[in-house]
Design a protein around this ligand. Structure first.
Ligand code: SF4
Length: 436
């Protein structure tokens, strides 16, 4: 694509904008009390997220905060700390209401059934109205067992997301994941029999040995289980992970696979919600009173992020196993008083709040609504950020009366458009971050 006025768009694969600012822009700050941080925020429509940082293996492409083969002792100590954090957080925030719930990781179902039950007892601290609150849990092929799924279903889980990545065993093996299809099929059948209404399957394109034909085979196999949602992720080579793919030809391969995957799903009754997300029909996931632009995200657990309008905070971030273990040990030792304060994150000024709103809206198929932006910031996005006009000239976005939406080409370039809208200050912080 020719995009001389948008140099960043020369490649569609800059980086995945799943949260702005990225965690690598976070830094230590003077401790602030939780009650102070949340004082000005609407606490009646919160998204509660619990992070379980354990996996049975480390996938080479993964840069999430997680550790492998944790012992039962570590798991118990972790859940003890999670409970201390939950109690302290409830006390600090006071009157609050959870309207959306997610348990992620890592792999939450790495926990044994009794430990999973305990996670729900911890969630009970927040008086979650389960049947009315959309709840989502991440699982893996090895851990989506009938007994665990039964616990999730008993707590009204409405969506289960499973990372399959590929149904071609040699392809998943190339990213450090020795996975057998027989086990994947057993897990998918167990999910379909569990009564949990929404199944999401994650797949990856751009893997070593993957061809357009093998990619379509994975998509076709996934559809045999009639998932309500699919996420198609381009493979990224991330620092401290062990993959050696790069270059323009790899960009071209990923772009071709993206287009084939998108066309295949659109032809099979799916709608495109974002570059990655495809939904079969109106599902329960994503409904409810929570709206991601409203920023009331309360994260519990080591590695979880929390968002208010003005502050994003978390524990420290790492990918390397030694650093992850050290941060985890620090978390496990924290007292209730420690959990009453936060000291690591990113303070969002007005410019970054506006950019975050625009990025999150624009990268979703529903687009950027001028009235919603006006309601929140009392201004006009095209006046605040005239560079958005260049997306129209490049054929990446279109404007109707009161909304900007990305074109099909624009959605395909989401991973370039997102970073192109980052503030210089965020770019500088991200590039000076030393990942350990
Ligand atoms: S991709 Fe999922 S299963 Fe693999 S290491 Fe990351 S969190 Fe664990």
């Amino acid at each position: 694509m020719s995009s001389t006025n948008l140099p960043l768009l020369d490649s569609p694969y800059h980086s995945y904008t799943y949260a702005y600012p990225h965690k690598t822009a976070y830094r230590p700050f003077s401790p602030r009390s939780l009650s102070d941080v949340w004082q000005e925020q609407n606490k009646q429509a919160l998204f509660l997220y619990l992070h379980i940082p354990f996996c049975e293996m480390r996938c080479d492409f993964c840069n999430l905060f997680t550790t492998v083969n944790a012992s039962s002792t570590i798991e118990t100590e972790y859940l003890n700390a999670l409970e201390r954090q939950a109690r302290q957080t409830k006390q600090s925030l006071g009157d609050m209401k959870v309207v959306q719930l997610a348990i992620g990781g890592g792999t939450p179902t790495y926990l044994k059934p009794a430990e999973l039950e305990r996670v729900y007892r911890i969630i009970d601290i927040f008086n979650v109205d389960y049947p009315r609150v959309p709840a989502s849990v991440e699982v893996s092929p090895a851990t989506a067992t009938a007994d665990r799924l039964h616990i999730l279903a008993a707590h009204h889980t409405q969506r289960v997301s499973i990372g399959v990545q590929s149904f071609v065993e040699s392809e998943v093996k190339s990213v450090g994941r020795p996975q057998r299809n027989a086990k994947v099929f057993r897990a998918l059948e167990a999910i379909r029999h569990s009564g949990i209404p929404v199944l999401n399957i994650d797949l990856i394109y751009g893997l070593a040995y993957q061809t357009p034909q093998s990619w379509l085979l994975s998509l076709q196999t996934a559809l045999e289980f009639q998932p309500e949602e699919l996420f198609l992720y381009p493979l990224y080579v991330r620092p401290l992970t062990g993959i050696g793919l790069s270059g323009k030809s790899w960009d071209d391969e990923r772009f071709e696979l993206y287009q084939r995957g998108r066309d295949y799903l659109l032809a099979h009754g799916y709608q495109q919600v974002s570059m990655r997300m495809f939904r079969r029909s109106a599902s329960l996931a994503g409904q409810g009173e929570y709206c991601c632009q409203n920023d009331g995200m309360l994260g519990l657990g080591c590695g979880a992020r929390s968002y208010t309008h003005e502050l994003h905070y978390s524990s420290e971030y790492a990918v390397g196993q030694e650093s992850v273990k050290s941060i985890l040990q620090d978390y496990i030792r924290r007292s209730p008083q420690d959990f009453a304060k936060v000291n690591y994150g990113f303070q969002l000024n007005q410019d970054n709040q506006q950019r975050r709103f625009i990025i999150q809206s624009l990268l979703h198929s529903s687009g950027l609504s001028f009235p919603l932006y006006q309601q929140r910031f009392h201004s006009d996005p095209l006046q605040d950020y005239p560079q958005l006009q260049s997306l129209f000239a490049a054929g990446l976005a279109q404007q109707t009366d009161k909304r900007i939406t990305l074109t099909a080409q624009g959605l395909a370039y989401s991973d370039a458009i997102g970073p192109w809208l980052y503030a210089d200050e965020v770019v500088n912080q991200m590039s000076s971050y030393k990942l350990s």
